[in-house]
Ligand binder design. Structure first.
Ligand SMILES: *[C@@H]1O[C@H](CO)[C@@H](O)[C@H](O)[C@H]1NC(C)=O
Ligand SMILES: *[C@@H]1O[C@H](CO)[C@@H](O)[C@H](O)[C@H]1NC(C)=O
Ligand SMILES: *[C@@H]1O[C@H](CO)[C@@H](O)[C@H](O)[C@H]1NC(C)=O
Ligand SMILES: *[C@@H]1O[C@H](CO)[C@@H](O)[C@H](O)[C@H]1NC(C)=O
Length: 677
């Protein structure tokens, strides 16, 4: 022991200052604010989330996160159909430089800092952010079937019972799945995805420091559910821990890569070449007695796979299929509106001998992460939270999609070389000469008689944080906005004052200062929850939901103000925002809505559609007429929490607006500007 202590001490003295700075921080965290990150919340009225294992491993504080949106003024409760899914229009093409794109401003806060220039703003750690999404064809049932993306209506983790034996037959495996998957519970990755991870050997070439990784229960496989960061194999939804911890992953995954924001752009070629968007990855395929594909194999490499009777198959990623092209020649020659078409075996194929025509995502975007301040959750350059403008995908089939967004924040120290340290450096007490560059709670010899104990957990020295959205939709564009350039303006934040919502944020429009041209369009839309009471004990923060209107409820609306310093809306007669708007698309049909009716719709979050019955003779508008409907509460209590909104163009000018309910001078401001040039 003394010898070992000495060996380490020299190394540690060199890194001493750095280690103390970096490793004392235990609560790091990443919170998505736009899209609204769940941080594993669903609809709980408590300040702390009910279940940190519900969907994914966030490693975040128990507070933070946003509840799923509700369609109407009441809680969606046990009816997933009453949850609101944000509905963004897909891009109109994937052609680089084309103007028919849709953009969403993603915003997040991260605790440890990242990015900027190494020379002028050195950071205390290496880091990168990985942004990804997953989509599937939308279905009319809110909960769908076993493999449909859904939020669920309870905060419980979906079930998983392990196989009783590696010889399990097909019917037994199918039964296990049927018994486990419950449409009341969330689903992002599929049950098969987790089960496969549970059965497959982990990558034994990985650096695990001195962590002792277990074997899975009963089956004797040291599986991909065990990693340096998750040595006990804890389960979070149906996420695969090995895939969670490493990017680019070396097997096919259901995720499509959007962007990597890194502190070191030298690594961009590594990320881009390794991204599953364009690179095919192998997986071992084994069969049941009847010749059908098993959803799992124990083998994680070609050699052991084929030596044990399996077939090593290379699979490709896709955003959707193009079954109308039935030969390789037809498929590979397509380039419809900028997308790439490949004739290949899809990652989720059941018949692995059959190539199909696949539409692939663009290569992952890789760029320098913007600077953010260490230990100051959310402080980026000029005090702004960091953002990324996501160009939404284009799906040539014109079908609607159901999707989720995922973001990971990866930090590692300089205590070991992040990309070249492998299992040869793992601590193995039996073999002389192998010394892990890091060790749990080592003692540092500072030359005197007493050793200093460093606060180090080797499962945390390189660490990933994560947040994900609830389910949202990417809608195919209606004819009237086929070639529009569409910016999305939404609302971020939740009810409460700063100490009550932290580490989530208070209300604001996002982006809150949009510059666009008179030929660009903006889709205004928002969602809110009726269960943001922030009750219970408050956890690490404060309980309570300070704010206007009925407790626990989020509401937003838009009225024009003359100046950002004003807190009173302009009377309609003096306003110009709605007179200068051209409606490209509006929820519930027809676009020949008068400026006054548009103003009423926006001010009431869609509670009203028209002032007079004669303006809105259509049956679907019957229940939305000011003349006849129960009066709207002046704090919007009986207005819907979510609003599908409208796609608008504006004439040149500057338009300031606010939400009348949430704006409360000296307490909170929810104001924003659209500048049209
Ligand atoms: C995080 O960074 C480490 C290098 O420090 C790398 O091995 C790993 O693949 C990365 N994981 C993710 C999810 O980015
Ligand atoms: C960036 O990554 C490259 C490739 O791994 C490495 O050689 C270089 O030292 C890194 N630069 C910094 C500033 O960390
Ligand atoms: C503004 O907020 C404070 C504190 O939350 C509240 O007491 C007050 O009534 C609010 N004012 C209005 C006009 O809603
Ligand atoms: C909230 O606003 C009210 C005025 O509506 C003001 O009297 C009060 O001091 C404010 N509270 C805080 C905490 O700023």
């Amino acid at each position: 022991m003394l010898g070992k202590l000495y060996r380490f001490s020299m190394r540690w003295i060199a890194g001493f200052t750095l280690c103390l700075l970096v490793l004392h921080e235990t609560a790091a965290d990443l919170y998505l604010h736009s899209l609204r990150g769940s941080n594993n919340r669903l609809n709980e009225a408590t300040a702390t989330r009910a279940n940190a294992n519900r969907v994914f491993d966030s490693q975040n504080n128990n507070r933070g996160g946003y509840n799923v949106g509700d369609v109407d003024k009441d809680k969606s409760g046990n009816d997933e159909g009453k949850q609101y899914r944000m509905q963004y229009f897909q891009s109109g093409s994937a052609t680089p430089g084309a103007t028919d794109k849709s953009y969403i401003t993603l915003e997040w806060t991260n605790q440890h800092g990242c990015g900027g220039s190494e020379d002028t703003d050195p950071q205390k750690q290496n880091c990168h952010m990985v942004l990804q999404y997953m989509c599937q064809d939308d279905v009319s049932s809110p909960v769908g079937t076993a493999d449909t993306l859904r939020n669920g209506v309870t905060t419980q983790t979906p079930n998983h019972n392990r196989a009783q034996s590696l010889q399990e037959n097909k019917a037994t495996a199918q039964n296990r799945k049927n018994n486990n998957v419950n449409t009341q519970r969330v689903l992002q990755e599929s049950w098969d995805w987790y089960d496969k991870c549970y059965m497959r050997e982990r990558n034994k070439g990985l650096f695990t420091a001195d962590q002792k990784l277990k074997k899975n229960n009963g089956l004797g496989v040291s599986a991909a559910i065990y990693t340096r960061q998750n040595p006990n194999g804890n389960r979070y939804g149906y996420e695969c821990p090995e895939e969670r911890d490493y990017f680019p992953y070396w097997h096919p995954t259901p995720w499509t890569d959007i962007a990597v924001l890194t502190d070191n752009t030298t690594l961009c070629s590594y990320f881009q070449e390794g991204s599953f968007n364009r690179k095919a990855y192998g997986e071992c395929v084994e069969e049941y007695g009847d010749g059908s594909r098993k959803h799992w194999s124990k083998w994680n490499n070609a050699q052991e796979c084929t030596a044990n009777g399996g077939q090593w198959v290379v699979f490709s990623s896709y955003i959707e299929k193009a079954p109308q092209y039935t030969t390789a020649g037809q498929c590979n020659s397509q380039a419809e509106r900028g997308n790439r078409y490949v004739w290949a075996v899809p990652y989720d194929a059941t018949d692995v001998t059959k190539a199909e025509c696949l539409v692939q995502a663009p290569p992952v975007d890789c760029k320098q992460a913007d600077w953010s301040r260490s230990n100051h959750l959310g402080n980026g350059v000029n005090g702004e939270a960091n953002r990324y403008q996501w160009t939404l995908p284009f799906f040539p089939s014109n079908s609607d999609k159901r999707c989720v967004l995922r973001m990971r924040y990866n930090i590692s120290t300089d205590d070991y070389a992040p990309y070249s340290t492998d299992s040869t450096k793992n601590l193995n007490d039996g073999i002389e000469g192998i010394a892990s560059p890091i060790e749990d709670n080592p003692y540092v010899d500072v030359g005197g008689r007493s050793a200093l104990r460093l606060n180090i957990n080797t499962d945390q020295t390189g660490r990933i944080f994560q947040d994900r959205s609830h389910v949202f939709k990417l809608l195919s564009r209606p004819a009237e906005i086929k070639s529009d350039k569409i910016f999305n303006v939404n609302v971020r934040g939740k009810r409460g004052n700063i100490v009550q919502v932290y580490p989530a944020v208070e209300y604001d429009f996002i982006p809150n200062n949009l510059q666009m041209s008179a030929t660009d369009s903006v889709h205004i839309q928002w969602t809110g929850s009726n269960s943001h009471n922030n009750g219970g004990g408050g956890g690490d923060g404060q309980a309570g939901d300070e704010g206007q209107g009925q407790g626990g409820t989020d509401r937003s609306n838009i009225v024009q103000i003359a100046d950002l310093n004003d807190n009173f809306p302009m009377p309609f007669e003096r306003s110009n925002m709605w007179n200068n708007a051209n409606i490209r698309w509006i929820y519930h049909g027809k676009t020949d809505v008068s400026a006054e009716n548009l103003a009423v719709t926006m001010a009431s979050a869609g509670y009203y559609r028209c002032v007079k019955k004669s303006d809105c003779p259509e049956a679907e508008h019957n229940n939305y007429i000011v003349e006849t409907k129960t009066k709207m509460n002046n704090l919007l209590n009986n207005a819907p929490a979510s609003f599908q909104g409208a796609v608008l163009r504006f004439q040149r000018g500057t338009y300031h607006y606010m939400s009348t309910r949430n704006n409360n001078f000296s307490n909170r401001s929810q104001k924003s500007t659209i500048t049209v040039v």
